[in-house]
Design a protein around this ligand. Sequence first.
Ligand SMILES: [Zn+2]
Length: 354
Amino acid sequence: MALAHAIPKVHLHCHLEGSLRGATFVELADKHGVSLRYHPGREPGTFADEPSEPADRADPYRFRDFQEFLLAFAAASRALAEPDDYARLAREFVEDALAQNVIYGELFVSPSVWTFFNGSLDVRAAFAAIVAELRAVRPRAEFKLIVDLTRNFGDVGAMRTAKLAATLTDLDVIGIGLGGDEVRFPPRSFAQAFAYARAAGLHTVAHAGEAAGPESVRDAVEHLGAERIGHGIAALRDPSVVELLAGNRIPLEICPTSNEITGIAAPNGHAFAEFDRAGCIVTIDADDPAMFRTSIEAEYAIVERVAGADTLVRFVRNAIDASFAEPQHKQAMQAHLATELDAVRRSETHHVGP
Ligand SMILES: [Zn+2]
């Protein structure tokens, strides 16, 4: 049996909205009378509604590159219009997570995208709806939320969202992240929002080196103080940035299928193997599993196939250590992982015995 199936799993880079099942997306879009496709405005980096091309209802997520992916993400977010929709999103996410033996997760949510499309949404009620579903599975699994500031709304929007995040800590918000259009909105302009969040006791992470170059990764570390980097793939083009990540023990959240589909994967082999060889802390995740037609188990399977079971185990241990869970909780998860690995080994021994 493949270890990727049995091993306990940890989400550190998974967007809740990107986990919206395709069939549910279609249902919610019908319910609210919105299109499955979405097009941007004429001004670079702006969101503005324009007539949409028809979409395949059996396959609603469709994109050719990173920019189109962002529009698919926007279209799904538009269909999530009321707290009930968020409850359903979270409920189905949990079902999918438990089926894969996920024991812990820090999930991205993008409330500035929600309210861009649905201005009257009660954001706090949406968070409460999500959290009620996530908390219902404790202690089998535990989930926290990271509020994405979404670059496309600029520095002013980012500060507004950081302030919102600071009011949601009672609803399991533990940090802020930075996703969206990395090329048009580089890290530096978000330094104030990150400083505000940190002063408010929130953790900080950032997508970087996904659509932009290695300097974007360096800036996310040096100017934003990001504690973990999402993707970071472009750092492989500049050894000094890889050294910065390795030297400062800043974990990388690597999402192999996402990186391949958005066209940023390392041309020669797998980025997770390259970062691992360079002494960086590698963790593995699925990014937007429904949209990329993958799952955390499928991503773990890629690692197991390419780098072997021992490397997969090490990356899961990395994810537990790189999480923002309390030290005692991390210890408990490491112990649980060890116990489950023992059980897997015993069952394998049993099967090959006389
Ligand atoms: Zn992401």
